[in-house]
Design a protein around this ligand. Structure first.
Ligand code: OAD
Length: 241
């Protein structure tokens, strides 16, 4: 990766309200598979068998086993310099918010506090019937886990295909994106409609937009700058405050 253009660095230096949107690419360097890459989850598993509520109702144990396998990978992984750079940005900018599509918990473990986990968190669970929700510890549990309040089955607290985003959460993100002066889009293929829509909100509202990705994505043409490189390497170069 070459040194960055001074104009890009100046945009980072002068920014006051920053939003970062991250995807699976930022955690790839921590050893967590992406979804659509060479060894991505959707290359070896069918989303329709594992990541929707109908499949869960048909075979909750199968779905839970898949999430337990992924939880194990996430638990063993460590935040990388990319996650740490994002966490540090909270103290560098007057306003900084992170919107992540990742459920792996690596951003919170790196220290990010101003964070929206758009697709949930793999270490949390909620009841399929009542409002019970909880965080899963590292102890193993019998499958499927049962709600202590109402005895219904607990499900992973993850947004599955066909499910709606929480409108209040989206509205909050949109407010932040509309007032952002710098948008960082990191390690996402831009194949999921809502995160792309969110990024476009900031771009259309005039934020200077920087994409960091090893490859081009559906957003590459829409941003001010596409920086081709690994998330951890490029993010460290952007820490110019
Ligand atoms: P994808 O697997 O679709 O895309 C990962 C992106 O990261 C690709 O564009 C890669 O080029 C890029 N990438 C890989 N390694 C990188 C690195 N070291 N540095 C920078 N970029 C790198 O993952 P997402 O876009 O995050 O949703 O997928 C979005 C959603 O689709 C996921 O949250 C998940 C999935 O279905 C749900 O499960 C609800």
């Amino acid at each position: 990766m070459q040194a960055l253009d001074e104009n890009i660095l100046e945009k980072c230096r002068s920014a006051k309200r920053v939003v970062a949107i991250t995807g699976a690419g930022i955690s790839a360097e921590s050893g967590i598979p992406t979804f659509r890459g060479k060894n991505g989850y959707w290359k070896s598993y069918r989303a329709e068998d594992l990541a929707n509520f109908e499949s869960f109702q048909k075979n909750p144990i199968l779905v839970w086993e898949w999430y337990q396998m992924r939880m194990e990978i996430c638990r063993k992984a460590e935040p990388n310099p990319g996650h740490l750079a994002i966490a540090k940005m909270e103290s560098l900018y007057p306003e900084f918010h992170l919107i992540t599509q990742n459920v792996d918990n690596l951003h919170p473990r790196a220290g990010s506090k101003n964070i929206t986990e758009l697709h949930g968190n793999i270490f949390t669970t909620r009841c399929t019937k009542c409002t019970y929700n909880s965080t899963l510890g590292s102890d193993s549990f019998p499958l499927p886990p049962i709600c202590p309040n109402c005895n219904s089955i607990l499900r992973p607290n993850i947004l599955w295909f066909g499910e709606s985003y929480d409108i209040k959460v989206l509205d909050d993100c949109i407010q932040k994106l509309r007032s952002a002066d710098l948008l960082l889009i990191i390690g996402t293929s831009g194949q999921v409609t809502v995160p792309v829509y969110l990024a476009e909100e900031a771009i259309q509202s005039g934020a200077y937009s920087i994409e960091i990705n090893l490859d081009r994505s559906t957003l590459s043409k829409k941003v001010n700058v596409h920086l081709q490189g690994s998330a951890s390497e490029v993010l460290q170069l952007l820490m110019v405050k």
